[in-house]
Design a protein around this ligand. Structure first.
Ligand SMILES: [Mg+2]
Length: 351
């Protein structure tokens, strides 16, 4: 499933393109003998984009960085460089200052003005001896500079250093979206992702389902066995998500004892089966701290087989209403509503 890799679950799973935080930390702790690939930590080579109007510079860098595990791409003007940044999402950029048309300063300014690229590490390539140019480049947000002609050792060290920074920034960005207790995605990530998934469902007329899971009688469990036992249950539920959900499902801790599962490309009938597997697995867990007391959950589910004219907030509200119905219906069950489907919500009984 698409749960984040870091956290207490130890599955090491993450979404395609996401960076595994722990691997990044390992890379950062190593010394300079590390390779650039190790520093970057993904199994694909880090992409380094060179923006320079000189073909000779591209040839030279290709030769000099041949033995580094890099995916080197190039652009020969400022405008082409900005385009390549959008298309290729490089890990770092090597940027020439002196170019006809849009110069490096302007490229840097535009990269730093765009929220999507503001943190992209840029190393300035400068053939100029003017220290004022370097100062200006740093003021504009460059992380480093390399003076032409290139010194091979210096070039490698500075590229490695920028790649480390890229890895660290990605790790921090991902950690800020994780729930500290369960290692699942947190509420902030959910809010952002849910909006994107609803928009995508509407644009492409694709199925989408959303489920809210709420642990039953959780307050009483905390009161009876203490908060560490309650925490253990939350962690246990997250582990069940890890085991039972599919690769494409997105599990989030919504708050307290409530979890949200986004199921892209999933019709409500299929989503019910997925949720039922979780419900059934949880019901049968024997808890170390309280073997005499099991834990169940109630589930509200709302889905669509195709495009619907429901916005993200209304969809959430409708899912919450189903959760309420599952609770009212006796807990340990799923209540389902299908948008644009058979009008009457149905209650699926436990077991
Ligand atoms: Mg130039």
């Amino acid at each position: 499933m698409a749960a984040p890799g870091a956290g207490t679950l130890g599955s090491g799973l993450s979404e395609p393109g996401a960076v595994a935080g722990d691997a990044s930390l390992n890379g950062l702790e190593q010394d300079d003998s590390m390779t650039i690939a190790a520093a970057h930590l993904s199994d694909t080579k880090p992409r380094v984009l060179v923006i320079d109007d000189s073909k000779d510079v591209h040839r030279l860098l290709k030769a000099r960085l041949r033995n580094e595990q890099l995916d080197l791409s190039h652009a020969e003007s400022g405008a082409a460089g900005l385009e390549a940044v959008q298309q290729e999402a490089p890990a770092i950029v090597l940027l020439d200052l002196d170019m006809p048309g849009m110069d490096g300063f302007e490229v840097l300014r535009r990269l730093k003005d765009d929220a999507a690229t503001i943190h992209l590490p840029v190393i300035v390539l400068s053939g100029l001896h003017s220290s004022q140019d370097k100062v200006t480049a740093f003021d504009l947000g460059a992380v480093d500079y390399i003076t032409k002609p290139f010194d091979l050792t210096e070039l490698r060290v500075r590229v490695r250093s920028a790649l480390r920074m890229h890895g660290l920034l990605q790790m921090l960005a991902q950690r800020a979206q994780l729930d500290g207790l369960t290692g699942l995605w947190n509420r902030a990530y959910f809010d952002q992702r849910w909006g994107e998934e609803v928009a995508s469902c509407q644009r492409h007329d694709r199925p989408l389902s959303l489920a809210f899971f709420d642990a039953d009688h959780f307050k009483s469990l905390n009161d009876t066995y203490g908060h560490p036992a309650g925490d253990q249950v939350l962690i246990g539920i997250a582990q069940i998500f890890q085991r039972v959900l599919r690769q494409t499902d997105i599990a989030c801790r919504y708050g307290g004892e409530e979890f949200a599962i986004i199921m892209p490309e999933t019709e409500p009938d299929e989503a019910v089966k997925v949720c039922e597997r979780v419900r059934d697995t949880l019901e049968n867990v024997c808890w170390e701290r309280h073997p005499e007391r099991g834990v169940t959950c109630s589930i509200g589910l709302c889905g669509s087989n195709g495009s619907v004219s429901v916005d993200a907030a209304a969809w959430l509200q409708a899912t919450d209403e189903q959760l309420y119905k599952a609770k009212q219906g006796g807990r340990n069950r799923i209540a389902v509503h299908q948008f644009g489907g058979p009008g009457k919500p149905k209650l699926k009984k436990a077991g």
